[in-house]
Design a protein around this ligand. Structure first.
Ligand SMILES: Nc1ncnc2c1ncn2[C@@H]1O[C@H](COP(=O)(O)OS(=O)(=O)O)[C@@H](OP(=O)(O)O)[C@H]1O
Length: 399
């Protein structure tokens, strides 16, 4: 018979954990299943790092759908609002990565745009040291916790999870318990394939559905080698992310044992084979520098990190091309594509305020990615990219 429909799900996309790879998989699945996406009305993320989620939700596909099926764009978590947007039976899941690797990646990618990092970089130029080492010598001296754009400068995973990420606080155990309760699965990037197998079990997906290529990876030259001292300083600066990760890593292995460790390894191997087949079909060259990539497949670059991509095979059939382009399509292009081809969008969320949002006209959508964003701090509490330089940067709409 027909496969069971995809379960309704919300993926909290945490920066620099491998989240674009998971998101891409959800986009492809959702498209195939004609799912109703709750996606950001304006751009590729929901008001980040602010948290007014509701007014930012728009949808496409399955016109007249009574509810959303998938949500997977960047936001800073606000569980209450997320629960209002998504139906009650939604599967919540997210992905964590080793906190040292995560922070190194966050630092490298956002050096110029997170103020605390930018200051360290300026100081480093004078001291002729690396920005990261200067930052870690005295992070407090660069870090103004009152500045929202510094959210990613300390415990970035906790920040994206909506926690108080600035330091130890009394509500921590309760916050963790709440997350454990809310998320049916917390995947671990260091066990990516095993994580996907568990996700597949949760959402009713098979190996072919779960095949992926690693997206949004930096070039080897952009990745810092970390000595032992640096690792220690990174861990102590991001102590809450370390606690968070250790907690969910343990939980991950408990889930893995319930699934059966042998079975998990077997299924992860099958998944790797499926992924390898897909790569063989699609990819001519991996690790391709941005200059060699066409616009459509070039991942967003920042001033301080080089992000590599994929060159597709030349002789693909039209059907293969559709599949392969989607497989390697970067986050911003996937969103843009959805937005541009989404006409007419449906007004979906009726705010308490009695204001209807989410209804767009085609012309406005088409220009979304070519003109500066509307700076609307206005009536409906929509704070688009307020102060979020890196966010503007990632859109490629800035300078
Ligand atoms: N499958 C898999 N397994 C392990 N690691 C992976 C995977 N896919 C992506 N990555 C790494 O994740 C980093 C990109 O994370 P995100 O996509 O979350 O970044 S972003 O916040 O959306 O910009 C980026 O890390 P760095 O290369 O260290 O920057 C990717 O290499």
């Amino acid at each position: 018979g027909a496969p069971p429909p995809l379960r309704t799900c919300a993926f909290l996309k945490i920066h620099k954990t491998g989240s674009s790879t998971v998101q891409n998989l959800l986009f492809r699945l959702g498209e195939k299943e004609k799912a109703a996406f709750a996606f950001p009305y304006y751009t590729y993320q929901f008001a980040y790092p602010e948290r007014p989620l509701l007014p930012q939700v728009a949808q496409r596909q399955r016109r007249g759908a009574a509810q959303f099926d998938i949500l997977c764009s960047h936001m800073r978590l606000d569980l209450a609002q997320l629960r209002q947007v998504m139906p009650q039976n939604t599967v919540f899941f997210t992905l964590l990565r080793d906190p040292v690797r995560t922070f190194e990646s966050v630092f490298s990618y956002f050096t110029a745009t997170v103020p605390a990092f930018a200051q360290a970089k300026a100081a480093a130029a004078v001291a002729r040291k690396s920005a990261l080492s200067v930052f870690l010598e005295s992070p407090e001296s660069f870090w103004d916790p009152g500045e929202i754009r510094n959210g990613l400068a300390k415990n970035p995973m906790c920040f994206d999870l909506g926690l108080n990420s600035q330091g130890w606080n009394a509500s921590w155990p309760e916050d963790l318990a709440q997350l454990e309760d809310a998320f049916q699965l917390v995947m671990i990037a260091e066990h990516f394939d095993e994580s996907l197998v568990l996700l597949g079990a949760l959402l009713g997906l098979d190996h072919e559905d779960l095949a992926y290529v690693r997206l949004n990876a930096r070039s080897a030259g952009s990745v810092a080698t970390l000595d032992e001292g640096t690792v220690g300083r990174l861990r102590s600066w991001n102590a809450l992310d370390v606690l968070l990760y250790d907690f969910f890593l343990q939980l991950f292995w408990e889930k893995a044992e319930l699934y059966g460790l042998d079975r998990l390894e077997r299924d992860a191997a099958l998944l790797r084979e499926a992924a390898e087949r897909l790569r063989q079909t699609c990819v001519a060259r991996r690790g391709v520098p941005p200059g060699d990539l066409e616009d459509l497949l070039r991942p967003w670059q920042t001033d301080t990190a080089t992000v590599v991509g994929y060159e597709l095979r030349a002789n693909l059939s039209q059907q293969q091309q559709g599949r392969c382009v989607r497989l390697t399509l970067p986050e911003l292009q996937y969103h843009k594509n959805k937005l541009v081809h989404a006409a007419p969008l449906l007004p979906l969320i009726q705010l308490d305020l009695g204001v209807k949002v989410g209804l767009g006209v085609r012309g406005r959508l088409d220009s979304l990615f070519t003109r500066p964003p509307p700076v609307d701090k206005g009536e409906h509490g929509i704070h688009l990219h307020r102060g979020g330089e890196h966010l503007r940067g990632k859109d490629g709409r800035g300078t």
